[in-house]
Design a protein around this ligand. Structure first.
Ligand SMILES: [Ca+2]
Length: 396
């Protein structure tokens, strides 16, 4: 893959963040000091708490609350106020979301997305760094199970659930060591479910709430100063591994998590588990991941030294032979250098085949300094499967 294409993918990944930011937080500054126009919605809502001590975020009690706080992506989806007590878990109303969209070419209804915009009148909170848990109640009235994903600020996946029929009381722990929760712009509620013979997806959402904590957030800091760059002992390092974009939806994008099973660890006490999925039409979605932009140690201190190389270990937990392609992209135009390796099913990569020597990078990249953008790991899977990446590091 050319770097220009890589850049394009990166840009595409960033666009939704910018869009949501502009939709939510980027109020244009005016040059006058005129007071803001009066709010037609009346006085500000006061912060209230549920019986179990959670701060109410949204209880979906008014049409204005839906209009001002919820944005719906699927054109034929509907969000309306419900007053049927069977589908209310807090207050006197809830949000009824019906995904009446068209079937796609696979005979499934397309995924549906409902966004709850932060820093708005009805969801005033944007700083979630004092939140230990979020709570959300969803009544699945579809007649079939529904896959659900909750994302924050377009990229941070907080929860994956399968919604059974009836009430699903979802509790979402916020691991505040892994990410900065102080400026959340939007929550995305993604729903998937329903085949050609089913009726459209039908859910009620209520009682979005936050359980606060007095314990300050202490974020994990990735240490790139030494030889061990990616130890994967904290999800923050998993978040520093990117998917390659272009996946069908949040439901088939590569799923990254921290693995502690020693069967899949060679160094330290953790590795990165990456699960690759298929699309709804049965074809494989992308099976590549990469390091975040400019998120490696300083390679120039190894230039001229003997035989240093970028090292990593990969476990192939699939039933197929993997032809691994590992490519280093420079920040200069289209410069890249990579290696290939075969990995047998249920086996570790051969350490001798996965070395990317600094001397070879230096030979293939122009200029005196090594200016590396990213390392891409492409697996070329033909069916769903899991790989483990362990210890991206320097060695000699
Ligand atoms: Ca309610």
């Amino acid at each position: 893959m050319k770097k220009s294409k890589l850049r394009m993918l990166v840009s595409l990944l960033l666009i939704p963040v910018c869009m949501s930011a502009s939709a939510v937080g980027c109020k244009k500054k005016t040059t006058t000091d005129a007071p803001p126009p009066p709010d037609p919605g009346g006085p500000e809502e006061q912060i209230t708490y549920t019986d179990d001590g959670a701060q109410r975020l949204m209880s979906f009690e008014a049409v204005e609350e839906l209009l001002q706080s919820a944005a719906i992506s699927a054109a034929q989806s509907k969000v309306e106020l419900n007053d049927d007590a069977r589908y209310i878990s807090d207050g006197g109303k809830s949000a009824h979301m019906r995904m009446n969209q068209v079937k796609n070419t696979s005979g499934y209804y397309d995924n549906s997305l409902v966004q709850l915009l932060c820093n708005t009148k009805y969801l005033k909170k944007a700083d979630f760094s004092d939140v230990e848990y979020l709570g959300l109640d969803i009544y699945n009235n579809s007649g079939f199970k529904v896959d659900f994903v909750l994302k924050a600020s377009k990229w941070l996946i907080l929860n994956r659930s399968t919604l059974d029929e009836g009430w699903n009381r979802i509790q979402i722990y916020l691991d505040r060591t892994t990410a900065d929760f102080s400026k959340i712009t939007v929550f995305d509620l993604d729903f998937k479910g329903g085949g050609a013979d089913d009726k459209p997806l039908d859910v009620y959402v209520d009682n979005f709430r936050a359980y606060l904590t007095q314990t300050p957030a202490v974020q994990y800091v990735q240490d790139l100063s030494g030889e061990n760059w990616y130890t994967f002992k904290n999800m923050r390092e998993a978040y520093a591994m990117y998917d390659m974009g272009g996946f069908e939806s949040v439901f088939s994008m590569p799923r990254m998590s921290i693995n502690r099973n020693t069967d899949y660890i060679l160094t330290g006490d953790a590795s990165l588990k990456v699960e690759f999925c298929k699309k709804r039409n049965g074809a494989m979605d992308t099976s590549s991941v990469r390091t975040a932009d400019n998120n490696l140690g300083d390679l120039n201190r190894y230039v001229g030294a003997e035989n240093w190389y970028i090292a990593f270990d990969i476990y192939n937990a699939t039933n197929e032979h993997i032809k691994l392609s590992s490519t280093v992209f420079s920040n200069y135009n289209d410069e890249r250098y990579g290696i290939s390796a075969q990995i047998a099913p249920h086996s570790w990569s051969n350490p001798a085949e996965t070395r990317i020597y600094i001397n070879d990078l230096k030979t293939n990249f122009t200029g005196e300094a090594l200016n590396v953008l990213t390392v891409v790991f492409a697996f070329g899977l033909t069916s769903p499967g899991t790989v483990y990446i362990d210890s991206i590091r320097m060695a000699k």
